[in-house]
Design a protein around this ligand. Sequence first.
Ligand SMILES: Cc1ncc(COP(=O)(O)O)c(C=O)c1O
Length: 402
Amino acid sequence: MPGTLPLTWWPYPGTSIRASNVPAVTGWLATLERRAQLRARAGLTRRLRPRAPGEPVTDLAGNDYLGLTRHPEVVAAAAEALTGYGLGATGSRLVRGTTDAHTALEQELADWLGAEQALVYSSGYLANLGVLTGLVRPRTRIVTDAHNHASLVDGCRLSGAETVVVPHADPAAVAAALADAKGRPALVVTESVFSVDGDLAPLAELHQITRAHGAVLVVDDAHGLGLLGPAGAGGVVAAGLAGEPDVVVTATLSKALGGAGGVVAGPAALIRHLVDTGRTFIYDTAPPPAVVAGVRAAVRLARAGDSLRAELRERAAAAVTRLATAGLTPSTPAAGILSVPAPDAEAAVAWANRCAARRVAVGCFRPPSTPDNTSRLRLTINVGVPRGDFDAALDVVVEAAP
Ligand SMILES: Cc1ncc(COP(=O)(O)O)c(C=O)c1O
Protein backbone atom coordinates (compact mmCIF):
# COMPACT_ATOMS: atom_id res chain seq x y z
CA MET A 1 0.00 0.00 0.00
CA PRO A 2 1.50 3.41 -0.93
CA GLY A 3 2.87 5.38 1.97
CA THR A 4 2.97 2.58 4.50
CA LEU A 5 5.49 -0.10 5.32
CA PRO A 6 5.14 -3.37 7.16
CA LEU A 7 7.37 -2.44 10.09
CA THR A 8 7.83 -6.06 11.05
CA TRP A 9 11.01 -6.20 8.98
CA TRP A 10 12.32 -2.94 10.38
CA PRO A 11 15.69 -3.94 11.77
CA TYR A 12 16.11 -1.19 14.34
CA PRO A 13 13.77 -1.85 17.25
CA GLY A 14 13.14 1.19 19.38
CA THR A 15 13.68 3.74 16.61
CA SER A 16 10.45 5.49 15.83
CA ILE A 17 10.02 6.04 12.14
CA ARG A 18 6.85 6.88 10.29
CA ALA A 19 6.85 5.75 6.70
CA SER A 20 3.85 7.81 5.66
CA ASN A 21 5.79 10.30 3.52
CA VAL A 22 7.92 7.77 1.70
CA PRO A 23 6.92 7.57 -1.97
CA ALA A 24 5.46 4.31 -3.24
CA VAL A 25 8.05 2.22 -5.06
CA THR A 26 8.18 -1.17 -6.66
CA GLY A 27 10.89 -3.70 -7.44
CA TRP A 28 13.67 -4.97 -5.22
CA LEU A 29 16.10 -2.10 -5.88
CA ALA A 30 13.32 0.37 -5.21
CA THR A 31 12.65 -1.43 -1.94
CA LEU A 32 16.27 -1.05 -0.97
CA GLU A 33 16.14 2.64 -1.89
CA ARG A 34 13.08 3.09 0.28
CA ARG A 35 14.78 1.42 3.22
CA ALA A 36 17.83 3.66 2.68
CA GLN A 37 15.54 6.68 2.87
CA LEU A 38 14.12 5.47 6.15
CA ARG A 39 17.58 4.92 7.56
CA ALA A 40 18.59 8.40 6.43
CA ARG A 41 15.61 9.91 8.23
CA ALA A 42 16.62 8.15 11.41
CA GLY A 43 20.22 9.39 11.08
CA LEU A 44 21.39 5.81 10.48
CA THR A 45 23.15 6.13 7.12
CA ARG A 46 26.71 4.84 7.25
CA ARG A 47 29.42 6.44 5.14
CA LEU A 48 32.74 5.00 4.07
CA ARG A 49 35.36 7.63 4.73
CA PRO A 50 38.52 7.53 2.60
CA ARG A 51 41.72 6.83 4.51
CA ALA A 52 45.14 7.47 3.02
CA PRO A 53 48.40 5.97 4.34
CA GLY A 54 50.04 8.32 6.81
CA GLU A 55 47.09 10.73 6.90
CA PRO A 56 47.54 13.40 9.58
CA VAL A 57 44.67 12.20 11.75
CA THR A 58 44.80 11.42 15.45
CA ASP A 59 43.35 7.96 16.01
CA LEU A 60 40.79 7.72 18.81
CA ALA A 61 38.72 5.25 16.79
CA GLY A 62 40.79 2.16 15.96
CA ASN A 63 41.72 -0.80 18.14
CA ASP A 64 45.49 -0.70 17.69
CA TYR A 65 45.69 -0.26 21.46
CA LEU A 66 49.40 -1.00 21.84
CA GLY A 67 50.42 0.71 18.60
CA LEU A 68 51.76 -2.56 17.17
CA THR A 69 50.28 -2.58 13.68
CA ARG A 70 53.19 -0.53 12.30
CA HIS A 71 55.86 -1.76 14.70
CA PRO A 72 59.06 -2.44 12.70
CA GLU A 73 59.41 -6.00 14.08
CA VAL A 74 55.81 -6.80 13.15
CA VAL A 75 56.15 -5.36 9.66
CA ALA A 76 59.52 -7.12 9.08
CA ALA A 77 58.13 -10.50 10.17
CA ALA A 78 55.12 -10.09 7.88
CA ALA A 79 57.30 -8.97 4.97
CA GLU A 80 59.57 -11.99 5.30
CA ALA A 81 56.61 -14.40 5.31
CA LEU A 82 55.06 -12.50 2.39
CA THR A 83 58.18 -13.18 0.35
CA GLY A 84 58.24 -16.81 1.43
CA TYR A 85 54.58 -17.73 1.05
CA GLY A 86 53.05 -15.07 -1.20
CA LEU A 87 49.91 -13.10 -0.51
CA GLY A 88 47.34 -15.65 0.57
CA ALA A 89 47.05 -19.02 2.26
CA THR A 90 45.56 -20.38 -1.02
CA GLY A 91 43.06 -22.59 0.75
CA SER A 92 41.83 -23.91 4.05
CA ARG A 93 44.46 -25.54 6.25
CA LEU A 94 42.85 -28.95 5.93
CA VAL A 95 43.01 -28.76 2.14
CA ARG A 96 46.19 -26.79 1.55
CA GLY A 97 48.34 -27.71 4.54
CA THR A 98 49.24 -25.83 7.67
CA THR A 99 52.31 -23.57 7.70
CA ASP A 100 54.93 -23.44 10.44
CA ALA A 101 53.71 -19.91 11.15
CA HIS A 102 50.14 -21.03 11.88
CA THR A 103 51.26 -23.90 14.13
CA ALA A 104 53.75 -21.76 16.01
CA LEU A 105 51.23 -18.96 16.55
CA GLU A 106 48.72 -21.42 17.98
CA GLN A 107 51.28 -22.82 20.40
CA GLU A 108 52.34 -19.34 21.47
CA LEU A 109 48.76 -18.17 21.97
CA ALA A 110 47.89 -21.29 24.00
CA ASP A 111 50.97 -20.76 26.15
CA TRP A 112 50.17 -17.06 26.67
CA LEU A 113 46.54 -17.70 27.56
CA GLY A 114 47.31 -20.70 29.75
CA ALA A 115 45.07 -22.92 27.62
CA GLU A 116 45.69 -26.49 26.52
CA GLN A 117 45.40 -25.62 22.84
CA ALA A 118 44.44 -22.84 20.47
CA LEU A 119 43.07 -22.68 16.93
CA VAL A 120 43.33 -19.63 14.68
CA TYR A 121 40.60 -18.44 12.34
CA SER A 122 40.59 -15.85 9.59
CA SER A 123 38.61 -13.47 11.82
CA GLY A 124 37.33 -13.08 15.35
CA TYR A 125 33.83 -13.04 13.92
CA LEU A 126 34.31 -16.53 12.47
CA ALA A 127 35.92 -17.76 15.69
CA ASN A 128 32.77 -16.74 17.58
CA LEU A 129 30.42 -18.27 15.01
CA GLY A 130 32.51 -21.45 15.03
CA VAL A 131 32.50 -21.88 18.79
CA LEU A 132 28.84 -21.17 19.34
CA THR A 133 27.60 -23.32 16.48
CA GLY A 134 30.10 -26.03 17.39
CA LEU A 135 29.25 -26.28 21.08
CA VAL A 136 25.48 -26.55 21.03
CA ARG A 137 23.77 -29.90 21.35
CA PRO A 138 20.07 -30.53 20.56
CA ARG A 139 18.70 -29.24 23.90
CA THR A 140 21.34 -26.62 24.72
CA ARG A 141 20.24 -23.32 26.21
CA ILE A 142 22.50 -20.30 25.55
CA VAL A 143 22.53 -17.51 28.12
CA THR A 144 23.98 -14.37 26.57
CA ASP A 145 24.69 -10.86 27.88
CA ALA A 146 22.52 -8.09 26.39
CA HIS A 147 25.60 -6.06 25.45
CA ASN A 148 27.39 -8.85 23.58
CA HIS A 149 29.02 -8.12 20.21
CA ALA A 150 27.17 -8.81 16.95
CA SER A 151 29.40 -11.79 16.19
CA LEU A 152 28.24 -13.46 19.41
CA VAL A 153 24.64 -12.54 18.69
CA ASP A 154 24.96 -14.06 15.23
CA GLY A 155 26.65 -17.15 16.64
CA CYS A 156 23.68 -17.68 18.97
CA ARG A 157 21.26 -17.23 16.07
CA LEU A 158 23.16 -19.51 13.72
CA SER A 159 23.45 -22.23 16.35
CA GLY A 160 19.67 -22.56 16.39
CA ALA A 161 19.78 -23.07 20.17
CA GLU A 162 17.24 -21.60 22.53
CA THR A 163 18.84 -18.30 23.54
CA VAL A 164 18.06 -16.28 26.64
CA VAL A 165 19.34 -12.70 26.58
CA VAL A 166 20.05 -11.58 30.14
CA PRO A 167 20.50 -8.01 31.40
CA HIS A 168 24.02 -6.66 31.09
CA ALA A 169 26.63 -7.88 33.61
CA ASP A 170 23.99 -9.43 35.86
CA PRO A 171 25.19 -12.70 37.44
CA ALA A 172 21.89 -13.19 39.27
CA ALA A 173 20.03 -13.13 35.96
CA VAL A 174 22.50 -15.65 34.54
CA ALA A 175 21.96 -17.92 37.56
CA ALA A 176 18.18 -17.69 37.13
CA ALA A 177 18.38 -18.50 33.40
CA LEU A 178 20.60 -21.51 34.13
CA ALA A 179 18.36 -22.75 36.93
CA ASP A 180 15.43 -22.47 34.55
CA ALA A 181 17.29 -24.68 32.03
CA LYS A 182 16.57 -27.53 34.48
CA GLY A 183 19.73 -29.53 33.88
CA ARG A 184 19.83 -29.17 30.10
CA PRO A 185 23.28 -28.45 28.57
CA ALA A 186 24.01 -24.71 28.72
CA LEU A 187 26.51 -22.12 27.53
CA VAL A 188 27.01 -18.74 29.17
CA VAL A 189 28.34 -16.18 26.70
CA THR A 190 29.97 -12.86 27.56
CA GLU A 191 32.67 -10.46 26.46
CA SER A 192 35.45 -9.71 28.95
CA VAL A 193 35.75 -5.99 28.17
CA PHE A 194 32.57 -4.86 26.43
CA SER A 195 33.19 -3.39 23.03
CA VAL A 196 31.00 -0.29 23.20
CA ASP A 197 31.23 1.00 26.79
CA GLY A 198 34.55 -0.67 27.69
CA ASP A 199 33.35 -2.03 31.05
CA LEU A 200 34.44 -5.36 32.52
CA ALA A 201 32.27 -8.47 32.90
CA PRO A 202 32.16 -10.07 36.37
CA LEU A 203 34.03 -13.10 35.00
CA ALA A 204 34.96 -14.85 38.25
CA GLU A 205 31.38 -14.64 39.50
CA LEU A 206 29.99 -15.80 36.16
CA HIS A 207 32.35 -18.76 36.24
CA GLN A 208 31.26 -19.81 39.74
CA ILE A 209 27.63 -19.75 38.63
CA THR A 210 28.39 -21.51 35.35
CA ARG A 211 30.33 -24.26 37.11
CA ALA A 212 27.66 -24.74 39.75
CA HIS A 213 25.22 -25.51 36.93
CA GLY A 214 27.64 -27.72 34.96
CA ALA A 215 27.56 -25.25 32.07
CA VAL A 216 30.37 -23.87 29.87
CA LEU A 217 31.52 -20.24 30.01
CA VAL A 218 32.45 -18.71 26.63
CA VAL A 219 34.38 -15.45 26.95
CA ASP A 220 35.17 -13.19 24.00
CA ASP A 221 38.39 -11.50 25.12
CA ALA A 222 38.68 -9.32 22.00
CA HIS A 223 39.24 -6.13 23.99
CA GLY A 224 41.07 -7.66 26.95
CA LEU A 225 43.78 -9.67 25.19
CA GLY A 226 47.09 -7.81 25.29
CA LEU A 227 45.75 -5.29 27.80
CA LEU A 228 44.63 -7.04 30.99
CA GLY A 229 46.28 -9.58 33.27
CA PRO A 230 49.90 -10.61 33.74
CA ALA A 231 51.93 -10.08 30.53
CA GLY A 232 48.70 -8.88 28.91
CA ALA A 233 47.33 -12.44 28.76
CA GLY A 234 43.80 -11.06 28.86
CA GLY A 235 40.67 -10.78 30.93
CA VAL A 236 40.22 -14.51 31.47
CA VAL A 237 43.72 -14.91 32.89
CA ALA A 238 43.25 -11.73 34.96
CA ALA A 239 40.10 -13.29 36.48
CA GLY A 240 42.07 -16.41 37.50
CA LEU A 241 40.31 -18.65 34.98
CA ALA A 242 43.27 -19.70 32.80
CA GLY A 243 43.08 -23.36 31.80
CA GLU A 244 39.76 -24.04 33.52
CA PRO A 245 38.17 -27.02 31.72
CA ASP A 246 34.77 -25.35 31.49
CA VAL A 247 36.01 -22.05 30.04
CA VAL A 248 36.42 -21.29 26.33
CA VAL A 249 38.22 -18.13 25.24
CA THR A 250 37.78 -16.45 21.89
CA ALA A 251 39.57 -13.34 20.69
CA THR A 252 40.46 -11.38 17.62
CA LEU A 253 44.06 -10.88 16.52
CA SER A 254 43.10 -7.53 15.02
CA LYS A 255 43.03 -5.28 18.06
CA ALA A 256 45.90 -5.12 20.59
CA LEU A 257 47.86 -7.44 18.28
CA GLY A 258 47.40 -5.10 15.34
CA GLY A 259 46.86 -7.82 12.74
CA ALA A 260 43.86 -9.82 11.57
CA GLY A 261 42.34 -13.17 12.40
CA GLY A 262 40.73 -14.82 15.38
CA VAL A 263 41.54 -17.48 17.93
CA VAL A 264 39.72 -20.02 20.09
CA ALA A 265 41.62 -21.32 23.12
CA GLY A 266 40.54 -24.09 25.47
CA PRO A 267 40.76 -27.82 26.17
CA ALA A 268 42.41 -30.02 23.50
CA ALA A 269 39.15 -31.93 23.00
CA LEU A 270 37.40 -28.68 22.03
CA ILE A 271 40.04 -27.83 19.44
CA ARG A 272 39.87 -31.34 17.98
CA HIS A 273 36.09 -31.00 17.75
CA LEU A 274 36.38 -27.66 15.94
CA VAL A 275 38.97 -28.99 13.47
CA ASP A 276 36.80 -32.03 12.70
CA THR A 277 33.40 -30.32 12.57
CA GLY A 278 33.62 -26.53 12.70
CA ARG A 279 32.28 -25.08 9.47
CA THR A 280 33.91 -21.66 9.87
CA PHE A 281 37.27 -23.40 10.22
CA ILE A 282 36.87 -26.16 7.64
CA TYR A 283 35.28 -24.15 4.83
CA ASP A 284 37.25 -20.92 5.16
CA THR A 285 40.62 -20.01 3.67
CA ALA A 286 43.24 -19.84 6.40
CA PRO A 287 44.55 -16.46 7.57
CA PRO A 288 47.40 -15.35 5.27
CA PRO A 289 50.82 -16.60 6.48
CA ALA A 290 52.24 -13.08 6.35
CA VAL A 291 49.55 -11.82 8.73
CA VAL A 292 50.11 -14.82 11.00
CA ALA A 293 53.85 -14.13 11.07
CA GLY A 294 53.22 -10.47 11.87
CA VAL A 295 50.86 -11.44 14.67
CA ARG A 296 53.51 -13.76 16.14
CA ALA A 297 55.86 -10.80 16.40
CA ALA A 298 53.04 -8.74 17.93
CA VAL A 299 52.41 -11.46 20.55
CA ARG A 300 56.09 -11.34 21.57
CA LEU A 301 55.94 -7.55 21.88
CA ALA A 302 52.61 -7.58 23.70
CA ARG A 303 53.83 -10.11 26.26
CA ALA A 304 56.79 -7.86 27.02
CA GLY A 305 54.67 -4.71 26.89
CA ASP A 306 54.07 -3.81 30.55
CA SER A 307 55.17 -0.23 29.95
CA LEU A 308 52.72 0.08 27.02
CA ARG A 309 49.92 -1.20 29.27
CA ALA A 310 50.85 1.25 32.02
CA GLU A 311 50.74 4.09 29.49
CA LEU A 312 47.34 2.89 28.23
CA ARG A 313 45.87 2.85 31.74
CA GLU A 314 47.24 6.30 32.46
CA ARG A 315 45.76 7.71 29.23
CA ALA A 316 42.38 6.09 29.85
CA ALA A 317 42.23 7.72 33.28
CA ALA A 318 43.33 11.07 31.81
CA ALA A 319 40.60 10.85 29.17
CA VAL A 320 37.91 10.23 31.77
CA THR A 321 39.12 13.19 33.83
CA ARG A 322 39.26 15.53 30.83
CA LEU A 323 35.77 14.60 29.59
CA ALA A 324 34.13 14.59 33.02
CA THR A 325 35.69 17.95 33.90
CA ALA A 326 34.00 19.35 30.79
CA GLY A 327 30.61 18.10 32.00
CA LEU A 328 30.43 15.01 29.76
CA THR A 329 29.60 11.59 31.20
CA PRO A 330 32.17 9.05 29.99
CA SER A 331 31.89 5.35 30.79
CA THR A 332 34.52 3.79 33.08
CA PRO A 333 37.15 2.07 30.93
CA ALA A 334 38.42 -1.32 32.13
CA ALA A 335 41.07 -1.27 29.41
CA GLY A 336 41.29 0.85 26.25
CA ILE A 337 37.67 1.78 25.39
CA LEU A 338 35.38 4.46 26.73
CA SER A 339 32.16 5.91 25.39
CA VAL A 340 30.37 9.22 25.78
CA PRO A 341 26.61 9.43 25.21
CA ALA A 342 25.16 11.74 22.54
CA PRO A 343 21.60 13.12 22.58
CA ASP A 344 20.59 11.09 19.49
CA ALA A 345 21.95 9.43 16.35
CA GLU A 346 22.13 12.62 14.29
CA ALA A 347 23.86 14.53 17.07
CA ALA A 348 26.38 11.71 17.39
CA VAL A 349 27.14 11.82 13.66
CA ALA A 350 27.46 15.62 13.69
CA TRP A 351 29.77 15.42 16.72
CA ALA A 352 31.98 12.83 15.03
CA ASN A 353 32.02 14.90 11.84
CA ARG A 354 33.13 18.01 13.73
CA CYS A 355 35.96 15.96 15.23
CA ALA A 356 36.90 14.59 11.79
CA ALA A 357 36.97 18.12 10.37
CA ARG A 358 39.62 18.86 12.99
CA ARG A 359 41.51 15.68 12.10
CA VAL A 360 40.47 13.57 15.05
CA ALA A 361 38.98 10.16 14.24
CA VAL A 362 36.43 8.91 16.78
CA GLY A 363 34.00 6.01 16.70
CA CYS A 364 30.36 6.94 16.19
CA PHE A 365 28.04 4.21 17.44
CA ARG A 366 24.35 4.26 16.66
CA PRO A 367 21.63 1.64 16.63
CA PRO A 368 21.84 -1.19 15.70
CA SER A 369 25.52 -1.13 16.76
CA THR A 370 24.65 -0.08 20.29
CA PRO A 371 23.18 -2.46 22.83
CA ASP A 372 20.53 -0.07 24.16
CA ASN A 373 19.48 2.16 21.25
CA THR A 374 21.50 5.02 22.71
CA SER A 375 23.98 6.70 20.36
CA ARG A 376 27.43 7.62 21.57
CA LEU A 377 30.97 8.41 20.56
CA ARG A 378 33.41 5.63 21.32
CA LEU A 379 36.96 6.66 22.07
CA THR A 380 39.82 4.17 22.07
CA ILE A 381 43.33 4.58 23.39
CA ASN A 382 46.24 3.94 21.02
CA VAL A 383 49.56 4.35 22.83
CA GLY A 384 51.28 4.71 19.45
CA VAL A 385 49.71 8.17 19.15
CA PRO A 386 52.12 10.82 20.50
CA ARG A 387 50.97 11.98 23.94
CA GLY A 388 50.65 15.64 22.92
CA ASP A 389 48.40 14.68 19.97
CA PHE A 390 46.30 12.49 22.26
CA ASP A 391 45.72 15.31 24.75
CA ALA A 392 44.95 17.77 21.93
CA ALA A 393 42.47 15.29 20.44
CA LEU A 394 40.62 15.08 23.75
CA ASP A 395 40.31 18.88 23.70
CA VAL A 396 38.78 18.62 20.22
CA VAL A 397 36.22 16.04 21.40
CA VAL A 398 35.22 18.33 24.25
CA GLU A 399 35.04 21.48 22.11
CA ALA A 400 33.02 19.69 19.41
CA ALA A 401 30.48 18.27 21.87
CA PRO A 402 26.79 19.02 21.17
C1 LIG B 1 33.99 -8.12 21.01
C2 LIG B 1 34.33 -8.41 19.58
N1 LIG B 1 34.30 -9.69 19.18
C3 LIG B 1 34.59 -10.02 17.91
C4 LIG B 1 34.92 -9.06 16.99
C5 LIG B 1 35.19 -9.49 15.59
O1 LIG B 1 36.56 -9.63 15.36
P1 LIG B 1 37.12 -9.53 13.87
O2 LIG B 1 37.14 -8.10 13.50
O3 LIG B 1 38.48 -10.14 13.93
O4 LIG B 1 36.19 -10.30 13.00
C6 LIG B 1 34.98 -7.71 17.37
C7 LIG B 1 35.32 -6.60 16.48
O5 LIG B 1 35.86 -6.58 15.48
C8 LIG B 1 34.67 -7.39 18.71
O6 LIG B 1 34.68 -6.12 19.12
